[in-house]
Write a protein that binds this ligand. Sequence first.
Ligand SMILES: [Zn+2]
Length: 233
Amino acid sequence: MSGEVSCVVLLSGGMDSSTLLAKAVKECDKVSALTLNYSQRHKVEIESARRVAKHFKVPHKVLNVSNINVLLKGSALTDSIDVPKGHYEDESMKLTVVPARNTILLSLALGWCISHGFNSVAYAAHAGDHAIYPDCRPEYIAAMQEVFNRAHYWPVKLWVPFMYMNKGEILKEGFKLKVPYEKTWTCYDPQEIVYTDGVEVVACGACGSCVERLEGFDQNSIVDPISYVVGTR
Ligand SMILES: [Zn+2]
């Protein structure tokens, strides 16, 4: 792209999209963040997105699209189905697939991007997602770029810089960018610890998302700053 590079970052509040936001702030001339609330069960993610956007002083829009949940049945992230435990490559992780989620989210981001005069949408799909999530694979991203080229009168870039990186590599880049990982949230199955003076929400340490996050920190020999259920790490 020539001229000003402006970017809408799809920010979930997880570590990948938070790292992507930091990268966009460093590399783009103008950045905004968009978080879509589609009634995911882990609403703590949305609070994390707010904290991360505030940290980087980026304009942030949280849009409530939870009514689409009526259409999106059958996922452990939106329905009352137990979140599977284990590694992302396990077959059971298919229960965390929200049907066509990223097509819906990217389409909304594209509309917002064009409407506000931005010229790219940043999306934090990465190599660890390819095994389970069809809408994170390179062939999907290439097809969506085609859609982004033709959906309006001018093309919009779909920027996916982590497409071939694993969690450990993303974290390595994030540490250089000083991402506040203590403000991010990754767990699909948050657990509440009740104290006499309040409740603390901690990560389960056992869902695919936690397992992959912890592996990434281990690869970098750094201790994850967020709290987990005792005994899971
Ligand atoms: Zn978890």
